[in-house]
Design a binder for this molecule. Structure first.
Ligand code: IPM
Ligand code: MN
Length: 356
């Protein structure tokens, strides 16, 4: 198979971790007889520095023409000035919207080898296996916003809007995923307060009742969900929710396995190229030191092969290689618990070797 991938290394540790994922993809291509063409483009703070735009047209064009996009991370203190004309995050929101990536899949699974890295007790987290499906192109992230004068200074607002169609398509995608897993779907909302949530509840229930009656379905309020995630994470299979709730809950959930450094994510939806990235950010504090954990990005590359090219075997080969490396005791600093650790490039070496 031939495929074109766009790599967007981005800022901070982004270039270091994407470089390791690229090596792994090259090794997979060789092992399975594929040709992966990978070209790098600017996005985020580096793109602001180069041309004043966090998502240059040239980058977006290249993404549209590719099979899939692998992103490192964007942002950093250099571009954090609240009065700046634009921000790296604007590029990320724009690419999600432009590519129609309405569903963000964030699997949260504990690794038996790393259970002691979890801030929670082993008996609570062991065996956790949740797939979060976060709505990604709607809600308060993209609603009307503004400021106006107020007696006390200013007043600011952001509007949360959802349509029937936006809810249906993401719930459907989550329900399909649940069918392929343990058959359980949880929808998270704040229907006791928000009108947008009441529409979510109504539409989601209708989709499940008419199209997925085989699923075990329940709804949970977002505040209760925040609590259940750390008290009984094993109770959940697929969790679907709106954009902002999903943003917050997936950061919370990413701590269950002990490190953000192992959590990949896939943004898909429109049938065009998907966007694959680690959940963690650009970690500017450790950028350029060759200590970042490349595994989340490597696992995102596995998701890219699975969801964009249906290369299930190849995806599993990468995941198995990561498993072997962790089982062999290889650790980067974030998961070493103060013990000996490998550099970013050494971890990449180990995964490439484990693929062979
Ligand atoms: C994420 C990030 C982004 C978001 C930021 C960087 C805009 O936190 O992917 O979860 O809020 O969606
Ligand atoms: Mn987030």
């Amino acid at each position: 198979m031939q495929a074109d991938f766009v790599l967007l290394p981005g800022d901070g540790i982004g270039p270091e971790i994407v470089a390791q994922a690229k090596r792994v993809l090259t090794a997979v291509a060789t092992a399975f007889g594929h040709e992966f063409r990978m070209t790098e483009h600017l996005m985020g703070g580096c793109a602001i520095d180069a041309c004043g735009n966090p998502l240059p047209d040239e980058t977006l064009q290249a993404c549209r023409q590719s099979q899939a996009v692998l992103l490192g991370a964007v942002g950093g203190p250099k571009w954090d000035d609240p009065r700046a004309k634009t921000r790296p995050e604007v590029g990320l929101l724009k690419i999600r919207r432009e590519l129609g990536l309405f569903a963000n899949l964030r699997p949260t699974k504990t690794w038996d080898e790393l259970l002691d890295a979890s801030p929670l007790r082993r008996e609570i987290v062991q065996g956790t296996d949740i797939l979060f499906v976060r709505e990604l192109t709607g809600g308060i992230y993209f609603g009307e916003s503004g400021r106006r004068p107020h007696a006390s200074g200013e007043e600011a607002w952001n509007v949360m809007t959802y349509s029937t169609g936006e809810i249906e398509r993401v719930v459907r995608l989550a329900a399909h995923a649940a069918r392929g897993r343990r058959g359980r779907l949880t929808m998270v909302d704040k229907a006791n307060v928000l009108e947008a949530s009441r529409l979510w509840r109504q539409v989601s229930e209708a989709v499940v009742r008419t199209e997925f009656p085989d699923l075990q379905y329940n709804v949970v309020l977002v505040d209760a969900m925040a609590m259940h995630l750390i008290s009984k994470p094993r109770d959940f299979d697929v969790v679907v929710t709106e954009n902002l709730f999903g943003d917050i809950l997936t950061d919370e959930a990413s701590m269950l396995p002990g490190s953000l450094g192992l959590a990949p994510s896939a943004s898909i939806g429109s049938g065009g190229p998907g966007l694959f990235e680690p959940i963690h950010g650009s970690a500017p504090d450790i950028a350029g030191q060759n200590v970042a954990n490349p595994l989340a990005t490597i696992l995102a590359a596995a998701m890219m092969l699975r969801y964009s090219l249906q290369l299930e075997q190849e995806a599993q080969a990468i995941e198995a290689a990561v498993n072997r490396v962790l089982a062999a005791g290889c650790r980067t600093r974030d998961i070493a618990g103060g013990g000996a650790y490998l550099s970013t490039t050494e971890m990449g070496d180990r995964v490439v070797a484990a693929l062979a």
